[in-house]
Design a binder for this molecule. Structure first.
Ligand code: NAP
Length: 500
């Protein structure tokens, strides 16, 4: 294990009894390299059984008794903890975690006992002088220093990555919490000897991901020090399905790489850090789609056309910006456009998404009517794009739309799923506009899959296009920009078939 170039994945056991902990080991041994027995999470009745656990555990085991001040669950007296650590040092554990402030001699260590992981946790923040702190931890050449701190933004994350990459190996360096997730997924880039995972509805530390997510969604076992990194920058990012779409594509295409969600407070600071992590391409989401435009070395015309940048690609060491929302929107319409079925279209909404859509349609010489709640916004966009504008409240709205009805695009947030209630029939921004059945109706809202407008359009006999298709289309276009290869057709079919 010591010579492994790739970091190990260590499952922190979260069950309160030893039998259930062993069950967790058996259920996940195909996904992880070793386990951590968290004695602080065990019921006291099981403390006496830890030596037996060490001899029965089918994977190498690390023993840890984490105090509450370090983010653990240990609330009993320190003297009891030291007695248990002493017992663990004599048991057949391969590794034993001892904190950096534990006085020398507090836990007598037998000559051929477990290897010591010397840890320091900061659950509140990221201390200054991380490189010196990391160097100061080991008390002998055999000890493995472990630093687990809490970043509150990209500046902290950059310091953590820098300290890890500069430190002698082996070491374990972890950023806890949401900003620290990349330090776990990209442990290989930090040179970390291992990283932790936990399961069972109870995480052993903030930011832990489930072993299935680590291996299947984030390709942990396939990520080495030189693996290209792609990702999503935004705030929030945890809900995004982009990692699943891109990582499945990378695996199916046999292209080296991993796609990681990066919670980003300041895009400029993140881009400073990107080279150190080997980042080659990024998807960009709210709130950075406009701000990254100032950070580009080169902007594709899709960026100025759509007025936003949702894709960053490293091209010869420089950042090139693209917008794939327009291409993603057009993808399901390609055959209809080529066949001349769509010449005149109505776009409902005049926000960020509408801008990319109107630009894409105008590029294809489609005549466009923009219908928006706020008329001046529609008029401003129409003036830029050489289109028509109308207010959603206009008395002649139905007649105006009827003249632009080869395609009707719904691009407002109306019809979106809310946490308190499912969308109802009135969540259709053109509820009083009749549909004849010849129109193609495209709602870019993707949750719920079928919005009230799409339900009505289906019932009227219209061809309908789901928002999910735009979402996937823009991801496929990004994949191509990132890797130079098309998103694999078989995986594409699988995603398309999963649609409602
Ligand atoms: P945005 O820039 O904030 O624009 C919102 C638009 O919705 C504006 O036109 C706004 O009209 C209109 N609107 C909001 N509430 C309304 C209401 N109660 N009645 C009538 N109109 C209303 O947002 P965006 O970025 O364009 O995104 C809009 C929607 O598209 C979101 O649901 C988003 O999830 C979805 N989207 C989907 C994809 C995809 O890949 N499928 C991609 C991008 C966006 P006013 O101008 O009058 O305020």
């Amino acid at each position: 294990m010591e010579g492994t170039a790739r970091p190990l994945l260590c499952l922190s056991l979260t069950e309160p009894n030893l039998g259930a902990c062993l069950d967790q080991v058996r259920a996940h041994r195909h996904l992880v390299d070793m386990v951590e027995l968290r004695v602080d999470l065990l019921h006291p009745a099981h403390w006496g059984g830890i030596a037996r656990f060490a001899s029965e555990c089918p994977l190498p085991a690390l023993c840890t008794i984490r105090r509450t001040r370090d983010g653990g669950g240990w609330v009993a007296p320190e003297a009891v903890r030291r007695r248990l650590l002493t017992a663990a040092a004599r048991a057949p554990f391969r590794f034993l975690d001892l904190e950096s402030d534990l006085p020398a001699g507090a836990v007598p260590l037998p000559r051929h006992g477990p290897r010591i992981v010397r840890s320091l946790h900061d659950i509140a923040g990221t201390p200054q002088h991380l490189p010196a702190l990391l160097r100061s931890l080991p008390r002998s050449g055999r000890e493995i220093p472990k630093l687990a701190v809490t970043p509150h933004g990209c500046a902290d994350l950059a310091r953590i990555v820098g300290a890890a990459q500069a430190a002698p190996r082996p070491h374990i360096v972890i950023g806890m919490g949401d900003f620290g997730v990349p330090t776990r997924l990209l442990a290989a880039k930090l040179g970390s000897w291992l990283t932790f995972t936990s399961t069972g509805g109870r995480t052993a530390a903030p930011g832990h991901l489930d072993p299935h997510a680590m291996q299947r969604r984030y390709r942990f076992g396939a990520v080495g020090a030189t693996t290209p990194v792609y990702g999503l920058i935004g705030n929030p990012v945890a809900h995004s399905r982009s990692p699943q779409i891109h990582n499945r594509g990378l695996a199916a295409a046999g292209v080296p790489g991993v796609y990681v969600p990066f919670l980003v407070d300041e895009a400029a600071r993140f881009l400073d850090l990107a080279a150190a992590l080997g980042v080659r391409g990024l998807s960009v989401t709210i709130p950075h789609k406009e701000t990254v435009m100032d950070l580009l070395d080169r902007a594709d015309r899709s960026v100025s056309g759509a007025g936003a940048c949702n894709t960053l690609v490293q091209e010869r060491g420089r950042w090139a910006g693209y917008n794939t929302d327009a291409a993603g929107f057009m993808e399901p319409l390609a055959a209809m456009l080529a066949g001349g079925r769509i010449r005149r279209a109505t776009v409902i909404g005049a926000g960020g998404a509408a801008r990319a859509i109107v630009w894409a349609l105008r590029e294809e010489r489609v005549d466009v009517l923009i219908a928006n709640r706020t008329l001046p916004r529609a008029q401003a966009l129409a003036a830029q794009m050489d289109a028509e504008a109308v207010a959603l409240t206009a008395p002649d709205l139905a007649q105006r739309i009827a003249r632009y009805s080869d395609l009707i695009v719904q691009s407002t947030s109306v019809g979106m799923e809310r946490h308190d209630a499912a969308p109802a029939a009135q969540d259709d921004p053109i509820a009083h506009v009749p549909l004849a059945g010849h129109e193609v109706v495209y709602d870019i809202v993707y949750a719920p899959p079928e919005t009230p407008l799409l339900k009505r359009a289906r019932a009227a006999g219209c061809e309908i296009v789901f928002g999910r298709e735009m979402l996937l289309g823009q991801a496929y276009a990004q994949f191509h920009l990132f890797t130079g290869v098309q998103y694999p057709a078989a995986e594409r079919r699988r995603l398309q078939e999963a649609r409602p």
